[in-house]
Design a protein around this ligand. Structure first.
Ligand code: ADP
Length: 455
């Protein structure tokens, strides 16, 4: 168990809305903050919201937000006692987490070995099977190289199957195979891609589910063996494996059905000695859940769970990292109402081309249950270097219909000028009858976009 000395200053190794989110949580807890930034971000107002900021390199992320040495140097210079990685960038990087701890600082996240296990999808699947978490049918072992053995595995699972890279991420490194004739070529191509992109050619194979929903479970664990799950989210509204709208709870899923899955996730965390926050992602089809991966970090969509559970997930992350025991047991976790998050991206609503430039006017929606997490303001320059996410609209209502209606109203009054955003697309999507009904699958948004003529 790594040492958990208390800290009073946190370095935030990230940018944009999540950097600001962590600064706020620290401030509310009386912790000092240091934000690192690139040259492109150094004049942004959010950077000034921290007690201290340190420019660590040029605009390109590889030279700044991914530059481990520069970040560690900034931590040393500023006297920070802990590093919060946010999401993306170095948040799931085993060597970074190890380097932070080696430097005598607290990494606000799980230890390097938990990140490594969950980052290897075969090891993750084995760990989940051992803990009784339901997984997609298919072996939790690396695909062999002999064609005959590969054929036998695929036949055993039954077509269609999906060939996946053990080290894959970001929706890359996988291929669907619908018949035996395509099998060997698909395996060879995916293996080559995996070798180049993820540094390991290891592959595995599982059943390809044809119309699943994406449902995930948020967990929170301390370093004393306590763990809870904070309910579930549905993130099926995706384009190119990127989530666009997320909600909590997942509509139409009974607590009796998902309860045992949540408990199995908690047990898995205890078995692997997991600490901090994490998310178990599942595909859900025909009444059954299938684990696909675990994210060992804070997620973009964490606010919908905060709104329904009333738990400040970032504050909890900080407390657990300080070595505090969880202040709640599973019986204390109660979720109320329904929350929806819309990701507001700086992109063309028809072509999805990223848009950069100055936001000339910004009026954020207000009202009961409306929250906007954003680092931008009027005059902010959206730079072309980073992810296009510029704001998250989070709306909490009494039930799903209420949350949908409040979201429509918030989207209508959300005014952002000067650059293109996906706001028009979101406004249109919230008028869609099938989405309003709920329980649409992971392919729904792309199909809807095609009918709209913009996939
Ligand atoms: P990544 O780490 O790249 O995000 P995941 O394993 O989470 O990879 O899978 C990403 C997406 O690929 C899933 O959300 C789902 O849309 C699709 N996918 C992955 N595995 C399967 C499967 N067995 N059947 C159907 N779709 C799958």
């Amino acid at each position: 168990m790594p040492s958990h000395q208390r800290f009073d200053k946190v370095l935030i190794a990230n940018r944009g809305e999540v950097a600001l989110r962590v600064v706020r949580a620290c401030c509310e807890m009386g912790l000092k903050t240091v934000v690192v930034c690139s040259e492109a971000d150094r004049d942004s107002a959010y950077v000034k919201s921290a007690d201290q900021s340190i420019c660590i390199g040029p605009s390109s992320a590889s030279k700044s937000y991914l530059n481990q040495n520069a970040i560690l140097l900034a931590a040393r210079l500023s006297g920070a006692g802990a590093v919060h990685p946010g999401y993306g960038f170095l948040s799931e990087n085993t060597s970074f987490s190890a380097a932070v701890e080696k430097a005598g600082l607290t990494f606000i996240g799980p230890d390097a070995s938990a990140i490594a296990t969950m980052g290897d999808k075969i090891a993750a699947k084995s760990a989940m099977i051992a803990a009784g978490v339901p997984c997609v049918p298919g072996p939790d072992t690396e695909l062999p190289s002999e064609p005959e053995a590969i054929r036998a595995i695929a036949a055993g699972i039954g077509y269609p199957v999906i060939v996946k890279a053990a080290g894959g991420g970001g929706g890359r490194g996988m291929r669907v195979v619908s018949a035996e004739a395509e099998l060997q070529e698909a395996v060879a191509l995916t293996r080559e891609e995996a070798r180049k992109a993820f540094g390991t050619p290891a592959l595995y194979m599982e059943k390809f589910l044809q119309h699943p929903r994406h449902i995930e479970i948020q967990v929170l664990c301390d370093t004393h063996g306590n763990a809870v799950w904070l309910g579930h989210r549905d993130c099926s509204m995706q384009r190119r494996h990127q989530k666009v709208v997320e909600e909590a709870p997942a509509p139409g899923i009974s607590e009796t059905l998902i309860g045992p899955v949540g408990e199995a996730c908690v047990k898995a965390c205890q078995q692997i000695g997991y600490r901090g926050v994490g998310t178990f992602e599942f595909l859900y089809e025909d009444g059954a859940f299938y684990f696909i991966e675990m994210n060992t970090r804070l997620q973009v969509e964490h606010p919908v769970t905060e709104e329904t559970s009333g738990v400040d997930i970032v504050q909890q992350q900080l407390r657990v990292a300080q070595g505090e025991a969880l202040s709640m047991a599973q019986v204390d976790v109660t979720c109320a109402g329904h929350a929806i998050e819309c990701r507001i991206n700086a992109e063309d609503p028809m072509t999805f081309m990223p848009s950069a430039g100055v936001i000339t006017a910004l009026e954020l929606p207000k009202g009961e249950g409306v929250r906007v997490d954003t680092h931008v303001e009027a005059g902010y320059k959206v730079s072309p270097y980073y992810d296009s996410l510029i704001a998250k609209l989070i709306v909490h209502g009494q039930d799903r219909a209420d949350a949908m209606q409040r979201t429509r109203s918030a989207l209508a009054s959300f005014k952002l000028e000067g650059i293109a955003t996906n706001l028009p697309l979101l406004r249109e999507l919230f008028e869609d009858a099938a989405f309003a009904e709920g329980e649409t699958d992971i392919h729904y948004l792309e199909k809807w976009l095609k009918t709209r003529g913009a996939a």
